[in-house]
Structures are given as structure tokens and as C-alpha cells.
Design a protein around this ligand. Structure first.
Ligand SMILES: [Zn+2]
Length: 88
């Protein structure tokens, strides 16, 4: 067996393990002081990964998950609609 190593990341809501490509990465943008979507996964700052399960999104938005992971809960409605769009 010679399987390629695929880095796994955990979803911040369900704690499930997924390959990076199956998750969306959220980062805290110091400049805008808002949580932002890191589509190209190039932000160096600490990120939170979220899987494509609707339940996980709802939980993330409602509970203090982002506050715990990113130190901010400051999600603009623009970002939220972007996330929902990315997901579908
Ligand atoms: Zn999840």
C-alpha cells in the first residue's frame, strides 16, 4: 500500500475529519476586523474549518464557535451569504 498522505482537518462544529478541499476556511481579518472566508486558503492567520453540513453552519452561526476559534464573532451578512452560496 502506498497511499498518498492527505492532510485532514476537523470541522469546528461536528469535529468530523475531512480533507482540506471539502471544508471552507474562515479566518479573522485583522484589517477589516471581521471574520472572512479564505477561499484560496492563503491566509497565514489561525483559521477555522467548517464542513458542508447545513447543521454545522447553523450551529456555527448561532453558538460562540467562531468566538472560541478565531476570537471574533464578527461575521457580516455579506460573508454569511457568501458562505451559504459556496456551500451549495
Ligand atoms: Zn461539520
Amino acid at each position: 500500500m502506498n497511499l498518498k498522505h492527505i492532510p485532514k482537518r476537523s470541522c469546528v462544529s461536528c469535529k468530523g475529519k475531512f480533507s482540506k478541499g471539502d471544508l471552507l476556511r474562515l479566518v479573522y481579518d485583522k484589517h477589516s476586523e471581521e471574520v472572512s472566508l479564505d477561499i484560496k486558503q492563503r491566509f497565514q492567520s489561525r483559521g477555522a474549518y467548517i464542513c458542508s453540513d447545513e447543521k454545522c453552519y447553523n450551529k456555527m452561526f448561532k453558538k460562540g464557535v467562531l468566538l472560541r476559534f478565531l476570537g471574533s464573532n464578527n461575521l457580516s451578512s455579506e460573508i454569511i451569504s457568501h458562505i451559504v452560496k459556496e456551500r451549495t
